[in-house]
Design a protein around this ligand. Structure first.
Ligand code: F6P
Length: 548
């Protein structure tokens, strides 16, 4: 794959961006009474309204041309078929296989039917969850389990945590699920403070079983267990692992039958659908976990089969490139108007930024355009009293995805109508803005003097014409939450494909890990630091002085 910047559609879009610079979205609505209807598509329980974008028919047709010129159809097919599209690691990328095992008999990767492995792992998960939920699984003193602590970081943490939290209303068992990720000792200390080692099971989730934070926390958990009366020979009753490195998990002391497999064809940030999702299954039950998989499968099927111009992930991905590469938008906000989904931006942030934060094309050459934007956001309406000011009046263009359910799990008085009204009105306000004349009239009507109007009115002007997507679903269910996350996974892939980058490696995080080890050695020994820069030397000395 080479740079897309030389493609005819890219050049045409560059010119078209100039044509669009004076076009107002509000005018596009005035000119076409069917705009909203035309620019709304549905799939897998979600409806995307993308009519509030700086896009007219020509924009969409050029973006479509770009998708064709980059070979989007073949790229999608290649991913689903197990082609080794993660070229720097020579790996297939098959998180989609994790949700297809009920619908397809076989999918061969290097002479192995990966779907058979997926099915057998799901069975192993089912047994584990059933044993915990029915009290068949007992701790060392023969008590049933009350708490499961998942220890993992990055993709082995965010996806499971976000989905388990999103599906809180579906919590099935009396078992509470907790997550520990940070190497900061405060994380595990706070999680263990009220837990009982007799009734707690730890799941160590690490594809590599070599991640510093996870190993430290796993050791801290085992120390806590032993310190508080847990017998060494019964550690296996309190520890399970999810890993592709069985040897290291066994070395840690985990019984082989309590180790759930992972495969190199699943990237960490795409792994919640594998046994890495075990904490989700413990929290909401296996049936609901299967519904999460099914929702994702529905989105996969849509992504694979729908025409590009009716394809949710493709449309969202193409519009994302339109803003990142042609409008110089540096970030993209996700704002779920759903309390349970408040941590979604953190998961999508990892998914997208670890995938598309790249500066090299697949063939190794430097990219010639900006790639992945900064993904951020948080729950509405909270953000309206914080960062929405910048969305409305700041100097930067920030495209927004508003995400909301039509129905609430917790109908409290009129709260949901207010919540939903705020979601819609934010998208509307971003688009229409407020002119100087409107601001002046508003002040005049409120009785302000002409001097006051002159002083204040400019500050009330909101330029508007700021783009957003609105994603609606009837209710946040296991199926729709699964479909939503799959939608963002595919959107990430679409953007990476257009930019010509490999969205499935993450070499950038390695340097920090290596340097971290070096600094750790210096903090904990009497090394000669005189060759380091003066700043790092002083900071090391500050730490050392504080330990005495
Ligand atoms: O450092 C980044 C990363 O490799 C992520 O991609 C991954 O999800 C995370 O670390 C955790 O890795 P593991 O599951 O191997 O512990």
């Amino acid at each position: 794959m080479s740079s897309p910047t030389g493609l005819p559609a890219w050049k045409a879009l560059t010119e078209h961006k100039e044509e669009m610079s004076n076009v107002k979205m509000a005018t596009l609505f005035d000119e076409d009474s069917n705009r909203a209807e035309k620019l709304t598509v549905s799939a897998a329980g979600w409806t995307l309204d993308y009519s509030k974008n700086r896009a007219n028919e020509k924009t969409l047709s050029l973006l479509n041309q770009l998708l064709t010129e980059v070979g989007m159809h073949d790229a999608i097919k290649g991913m689903f078929n197990g082609d080794k599209i993660n070229n720097t690691e020579n790996r297939s990328v098959l998180h989609t296989a994790l949700r297809a095992s009920h619908a397809q008999e076989s999918l061969m990767v290097d002479d192995t039917n990966v779907l058979a492995e997926v099915r057998s792992t799901l069975k192993q998960m089912e047994k584990f969850v059933w044993q915990l939920q029915t009290g068949q699984w007992r701790g060392y003193s023969n008590l049933p389990i009350t708490d499961v602590v998942s220890i993992g970081i990055g993709g082995s943490y965010l996806g499971p945590k976000v989905v388990a939290e999103a599906l809180t209303p579906y919590k099935q068992s009396s078992i509470d699920v907790h997550f520990v990720a940070n190497i900061d000792g405060s994380d595990i200390t706070e999680k263990l403070r009220y837990l009982d080692p007799e009734t707690t099971v730890f799941i160590i989730s690490s594809k590599s079983f070599g991640t510093l934070e996870t190993l430290y926390n796993a050791n801290a958990a085992r120390d806590w267990f032993l310190r508080n009366g847990g017998p060494e020979e019964l550690v296996h009753k309190h520890f399970a692992a999810v890993s592709s490195n069985v040897e290291k998990a066994v070395q840690f002391g985990i019984a082989e039958e309590n180790i759930f497999p992972m495969w190199d064809w699943v990237g960490g940030r795409y792994s919640l659908w594998s046994a890495i999702g075990l904490p989700i299954a413990v929290a909401i039950g296996m049936e609901n976990f299967n519904a999460v998989l099914d929702g994702a499968y529905q989105m996969d099927t849509h992504f694979k089969t729908a025409p590009l111009e009716e394809n949710l992930p493709v449309i969202m991905g193409a519009l994302g490139v339109w803003y990142s590469s042609f409008h110089n938008a540096q970030s993209h906000a996700l704002i779920p108007y759903d309390h349970y989904l408040r941590a979604l931006p953190a998961h999508i942030q990892q998914l997208d930024m670890e995938s598309n934060g790249k500066a090299n094309l697949v063939d190794g050459k430097a990219v010639e355009t900006d790639t992945g934007p900064i993904i951020w956001g948080g729950a509405g309406t909270n953000g309206q009293h914080a960062y929405h000011q910048l969305l409305h009046q700041g100097t930067r263009l920030v495209p927004v995805d508003f995400i909301a359910p039509l129905k609430s799990h917790n109908p409290v008085a009129d709260h949901h109508a207010q919540l939903f009204a705020n979601c819609l009105s934010q998208a509307q306000a971003l688009m229409v803005g407020k002119t100087l004349e409107q601001a002046e009239k508003e002040l005049r009507d409120a009785g302000a003097s002409e001097a006051e109007i002159a002083a204040v009115a400019p500050h009330k002007v909101i330029k508007g014409n700021r783009p957003s997507n609105t994603l609606l679903t009837e209710k946040m269910t296991p199926s729709t939450v699964g479909a939503l996350i799959a939608l963002y996974e595919h959107r990430t892939f679409v953007q990476g494909t257009i930019w010509g980058i490999n969205s499935f490696d993450q070499w950038g995080v390695e340097l920090g890990k290596v340097l971290g080890t070096d600094i750790y050695d210096r903090l904990t020994s009497d090394s000669d630091n005189s060759k380091l820069d003066a700043s790092t030397q002083a900071l090391i000395n500050a730490f050392k002085a504080a330990q005495n």
